[in-house]
Design a protein around this ligand. Sequence first.
Ligand SMILES: Nc1ncnc2c1ncn2[C@@H]1O[C@H](COP(=O)(O)OP(=O)(O)OP(=O)(O)O)[C@@H](O)[C@H]1O
Length: 631
Amino acid sequence: MKQRWSRFKEEMALILRGYRYLAGAGSRQMLICYAGEAALSALIPIINLYFSGQLIDELAGSRDVNRLALLAGLAAGINLVLLLIRHFCTRRKEGLYTTMWNDMYMLYSRKLLKMDYQDVEDVRVQEKLDKIKQLQNWGGRGLVTLYWAVSDMVEGLVGVLSSMALALGVFLVPVPELPGLAGVFASGWGTVIVIALLLLSFVVFKLASDKSTQVWDSLADDMTLVNRLFMYYHWTLPNDHKQGKDMRLYNEARVMKQEMDEYNSTWGVMEKKRSPTLGWIGAVEAAFPYLLSASVYLTVTAKAWCGAIGLGGVVQYVGAVSRFAGSLQKLVNRFTGLLSNNEFLRGSFEFLDRENTKYQGTLPTEKRLDNEFLIEFHDVSFKYPGTDSWALRHLNLELRIGERLAVVGRNGSGKTTMIKLLCRLYDPTEGEITLNGIDIKKYNYDEYMALFSVVFQDYHLFSFQLGQSVAASVQYDKDRVLHDLKEAGLGERLGTLPQGLDTYITKDFDDAGVEFSGGETQKAAIARALYKDAPFLVLDEPTAALDPLAESEVYRRFGEIAGNKTAVCISHRLSSCRFCDRIAVFQKGRLVQLGSHDGLLSEEQGAYRRLWDAQARYYAQEKIDMGGILD
Ligand SMILES: Nc1ncnc2c1ncn2[C@@H]1O[C@H](COP(=O)(O)OP(=O)(O)OP(=O)(O)O)[C@@H](O)[C@H]1O
């Protein structure tokens, strides 16, 4: 018993935590409006029942005009005031509705944005979030349940208390002894039967609610993958125009159809599994309030039959009883629903409470105008979480101040991984990376990140206005943005944009937006890195999408663009490496060569020489095939 009580207290504490969370997330007003509207919705009919009973008794009895007028006036006045307040709450609530959903989604997106990057990439974390969203959108479970529960809980509670107050009289009226069933219900036994049914209802509601929770939860596990496929096939693929070309050229609609058929049959099986159980649970839940009402109706009828209560009393009590049954069902249903929802609430909090495990240092980074920052990799090795193979092994490397370092190597040799470690998106599995002699983990993470401007291979520009995208900010320095766009080679194109920096990239938010070509988008991404003006400039395949002239321009002016920054450039175009001070050659996760272009070329058996020869041969062949057109 003690254990049950402490379990119950735990459950209640979790529900309260949920409400505090929502109120803290900006939904306090919304919750108050919900509660106000619900309380008045329950109270108004009860007040009307009371006045109806009084008016009928007066009409059937002394028919005093003054008292009739007073009762009618009071009823109308109270109704008017309460209806106005309720209307206000409803309107306000509707106005806050969008904000509420915004707050709800923001809770999760804010958490994702602050989460360690390695967790965001982790498919298990993604699955957890998918499950939360799926339960929220389909079953209305999790935090969102607390919103809907406010209405029913308050309406139910106010309804139960007020109808009990109104109906109490029927159980207290003294009655003469009556024969048969009427005697049972008119006597104290009627009250006992009502109370027994009431208690039984609680038990049945709780059992039914537990069962339905079990069904939902087991389905949620099964459905997570199906739901992801659903979103991918029905939403991501058809709606992302960038996928449209491949979809058509490779007739991928065929694959989609097959997958959708598969999905539909899985869905059908799930539905079949769910429907009967949830159906009978609903039927049992609905039956009990009716049994309860029937027993009170019998009590009222028996007492009215023997003349213990008048016509007005019958209207008042019958009305109160039916409201009581409805309110009780609502209250118990919602309350047990809230308790069973705790299972999902726990899932939401597990996600929201997930601690960042990445060590958060406190040291501020030095603010150096001379960019005297020295980064060193000390015997660094790295495995991606959940994998057994080393993506990087025993890396020792120094990024010298102000130097231009090119990083080359075959696909999968660990180049991008090195950049991810450099920016602390991941921490080394072994070894350490230092900045000016201190382990980078000890620095304040945000300050450390501020040292890097990176253009990743899979860079992403948001569909904002061009100026805002480059500055990554709503307010920005226009002259600097213009300068950096020109530096990145987008100056000429900028002149053709009717709205200049205010032009939206893509048509997602504006019909007049521009769809940049792949190369133009890459130039804008380079401009964004330049605008950040961090001491380290890291470019991962920065010219993959550029035309030959634009590419040679970027490399020719690489030194100028990088200024006094330390620049790291990953590239498969080895000719571009000639512009760099040193070249690091990676092979199967290891740094196998490090030196200048000329030095590395002179090592005839070296990896760099092999890569160079392979590429040079290709260009020489192309030159022959094209009959010297390129000369
Ligand atoms: N998120 C990840 N999870 C698990 N393994 C990964 C992940 N990202 C990369 N890898 C693996 O790590 C190894 C190194 O990948 P990395 O992206 O660093 O190669 P790269 O040299 O940049 O290749 P490329 O030239 O193709 O861009 C590869 O074997 C790759 O499959």
